[in-house]
Write a protein that binds this ligand. Structure first.
Ligand code: MN
Length: 447
């Protein structure tokens, strides 16, 4: 199961893959095209000026494409992700199948790494999965990090204080470099598993293997001895240098605003391996729909799981695109008693601590349709009774309106479910009672 297989699947479905034949520059031009087709088809770029390989983008830019990749449906998606995080399975190991580029180059500038936005300090790798092993416990971690190209074999890497950060600290305490491998161009399941908030010690590749029903194969890198997915288009081997830090940023994050410049670690790239000579580089546009979905989806699944423990019937959970795929959730439930929705609001905040606003609607409201959601707020919400405000809570570092030092913010929950103490009919959505076939093929003449 690889990115290549999935691109072929998309190609077979009309309109899901758009081939761009025009030669474009890796600086701004490709990013502008990706943005134009945000939430649209996957894009396959055939020619990038002065670069080798092909480039794909928007591979996971819609929920429908992600469902296709995971062989599931929108209403089963969250359950599938939660089940995979709970039952990681070891993939089958095979011999190292990758080869070095022609001329044995280790110059990362051969790759079509994109510069996206006006104030970006340079080209950024945005779909790179970083693998590293904890020197104390020996288990391996996978996570996605943005990486800024500094020169032909150095990258600055943004590491938030999560799992990779802990591994780096364990090496640095002994004044050692950190061996790392980076995979670029992987099947969506590997990307989703790598952005899932599984506990420290759970191997994300094993989660990806469960998501792929046990069809993922992995291999061991020759120098770093790290396990990487077979079928990846590009593998980089190198090390995070002991104690070295450089300026990283400004970079556009989920919110579409610039993140600050920070001192961050440096990776020295020592080896490039390719799946094929005509390799496919994968790019994710910062703040694009794909970025929001990949970040948000595993958190939606977590919210779904916590809410499910409060009300048995959950129609859907949506971290809205307008809410950056991160700060706003809509939860659709079948309420059993008044007050359920308020518990669901609290559960959603517990499931995703970065969440700022949550709206709870009844199961006759499609949570993915913001016009329906607004209709529920308009007809079923009464602010003096249905609004919860929680001041001085820890929010998201990505939210520019939160206190930037303490990260304190105010959270708000909106209960837009219909009250049980008023007649049900008052809130009923009016329907026109005809069968679907009556309104099909209206322009065709009858025989
Ligand atoms: Mn991890």
């Amino acid at each position: 199961m690889s990115l290549r297989n999935f691109i072929m699947e998309l190609e077979q479905d009309k309109g899901e893959l758009l081939v761009i034949r025009k030669e474009l520059s890796a600086k701004y031009e490709v990013a502008a095209v990706i943005k134009k087709f945000d939430s649209g088809p996957a894009l396959y770029f055939q020619k990038i000026k002065q670069k080798q390989g092909f480039l794909v983008a928007n591979i996971c830019s819609t929920r429908e494409k992600i469902c296709k990749a995971l062989k599931t449906t929108v209403d089963k998606l969250h359950e599938k992700i939660i089940n995979a995080t709970r039952s990681p399975k070891k993939p089958k190991l095979i011999e190292f199948p990758f080869s070095t580029p022609i001329g044995n180059s280790s110059d990362i500038n051969i790759l079509p790494i994109l510069t996206h936005y006006e104030k970006d300090p340079g080209p950024y790798i945005t779909a790179g999965i970083v693998f590293a092993r904890d020197p104390v416990t020996g288990f391996q971690n996978a996570s996605i990090h943005r990486m800024l190209v500094i020169d032909k074999n150095h990258l600055a890497i943004r590491i938030v204080p999560r799992h990779l950060h802990k591994i780096v600290m364990n090496y640095w305490r002994e004044k050692r470099d950190v061996p790392v491998a980076i995979a670029i161009g992987v099947h969506p399941a590997v990307l989703i598993a790598s952005s899932s908030p599984v506990p420290y010690g759970v191997n994300e590749l094993y989660v990806a293997n469960t998501l792929l029903d046990g069809t993922l194969k992995t291999t061991i890198c020759p120098n770093t001895e790290l396990e990487v997915p077979v079928g990846a288009e590009i593998i980089l081997e190198g090390k995070i240098l002991y104690g070295k830090e450089v300026d990283e940023g400004p970079f556009v994050d989920l919110t579409g605003t610039y993140d600050i410049v920070r001192k961050q670690p440096v990776i020295k790239i020592e080896k490039i391996y390719l799946n094929k000579d005509d390799f496919i580089y994968q790019a994710i546009l910062p703040a694009g729909s794909e970025h929001k979905l990949l970040m948000g989806l595993p958190r939606e699944a977590k919210i779904w799981d916590v809410v499910k423990s409060i009300v048995p019937d959950v129609r859907g959970v949506y971290l809205t695109l307008g809410g950056c795929g991160w700060l706003h959730a809509v939860v659709s439930i079948r309420k059993q008693s008044d007050g359920d929705a308020k518990n669901v609001i609290l559960a959603a905040f517990a499931g995703h601590p970065s969440l700022k606003h949550v709206i709870v609607v009844d199961d006759d409201v499609n949570p993915y349709d913001m016009e329906e959601v607004e209709w529920a707020i308009a007809t079923r919400f009464n602010a003096s009774q249905d609004l919860i405000i929680i001041p001085n809570v820890r929010g998201s570092s990505l939210d520019p309106s939160a206190d930037q030092v303490t990260l304190l913010t105010t959270k708000m929950g909106i209960d837009a479910t219909r009250p049980f103490n008023k007649p049900k009919e008052k809130f009923e959505k009016a329907k026109i009672p005809v069968e679907e076939k009556i309104i099909d093929n209206l322009t065709e003449e009858e025989n």
